[in-house]
Structures are given as C-alpha cells and as structure tokens.
Design a protein around this ligand. Structure first.
Ligand SMILES: [Cu+2]
Length: 177
C-alpha cells in the first residue's frame, strides 16, 4: 500500500514538473531579455537536444591528436566537463621515420601524475595502438583519471606536456545547462 502511494506520488510529481515546465516554456519563450529567460532558453535548448545527454566520444586534443608539445591540461580545461561513460579517443601515428612514438599511461595518484613518475604508472595503450580509429578509453568510474604519454621515461609527460587529468561528473537526470 505504502509503495503504491509512493509510486503514485512520484508519478504525480513527475507529471506536475513536466506540466509546469511546458507552461514555463510558454511564458518565457515570448519573454523579456532578462537573465532568467536567457537561463531558461539554455535550459530548454539542452532539454530538446537529446544527443547532448548521451555519452560522447571525445578526441583528445581535437584535431591536434596526441602529440608532443601540445598543452593537454589546457585542452582538458577548455573541453570539460567530461561525463561518466564518455569515451576518450587517443589518436597518434604508429612509430615511423617522421614521428616519435607515443603511448597512453594512467597514473595511480595525483603525486605520481605531477611528477610524471611513469614507473609507477600503468600502460593503457602501446605506441602502435593510437593508429586508425585510435585508442578508446571509457570514463566509466566516478574517480579522477590521470593520463600521460609514457615515452622517454616521462620526458613526453614533463617537457612535452602530454598529460592531463579528468574527473568525470555524473550526468544529471534532468537536463541541465
Ligand atoms: Cu609521447
């Protein structure tokens, strides 16, 4: 009996909030240029754009890919936030005559990450795994991730800036700006 009531109540709250949303929608779509309506239109756009709510595939470094001398910390900052179950794609050429080998390592903690202590890190992808579609890594845990290139005993991590940290956040149940 109690569970049934709880279900009914949940349903009622859900319907009520949907109704109030569509009504608010009506009110505000012709609305003023107040901050509130700006906020609301962002909210509404996000709500309608369903793909926005699904896990994404993000190419690390964008069109730059994974290479020496690009600021990935800056990239991660500008391209965040990342969400739980988003996929990071590391793209780099297999070792050849014109490019240096790269790889993907994960550090166990912040300290080893800051120090580029590759010896304590775990290899996720070797130098040949970044070719083609790239190496895919799903952020499927709610934890900080510390990535770096492990080549040249931390040289790519330190001097090459091939390192960044990510803390995936939980995608809200309700769409959020
Ligand atoms: Cu590298």
């Amino acid at each position: 009996m109690a569970t049934k009531f709880a279900h009914a109540l949940t349903l009622f709250v859900l319907v009520a909030s949907m109704l109030s949303m569509s009504m608010a929608n009506k009110d505000w779509s012709f609305g003023s240029n107040s901050n509130y309506s700006d906020w609301w239109s962002r909210f509404r756009n996000r709500h309608q754009n369903k793909t926005e709510q699904e896990p994404r595939k993000i190419i690390v470094g964008g069109s730059e890919g994974w290479h020496f001398g690009f600021n990935y910390t800056d990239w991660a900052f500008k391209n965040g936030p990342f969400y739980l179950n988003d996929t990071l794609v590391f793209k780099y050429d297999a070792p050849n005559a014109t490019s240096f080998p790269h790889s993907v390592y994960i550090f166990p903690n912040l300290w080893s990450f800051l120090n580029c202590d590759v010896k304590s890190a775990k290899m996720l992808a070797n130098p040949t795994q970044g070719g083609g579609e790239g190496f895919h890594f799903v952020l499927n845990r709610w934890q900080p991730y510390f990535f770096a290139c492990g080549e040249r005993n931390g040289f790519h991590c330190n001097s090459g800036q091939m390192k960044f940290a990510v803390m995936p956040i939980i995608r809200p149940f309700w769409p959020w700006p």
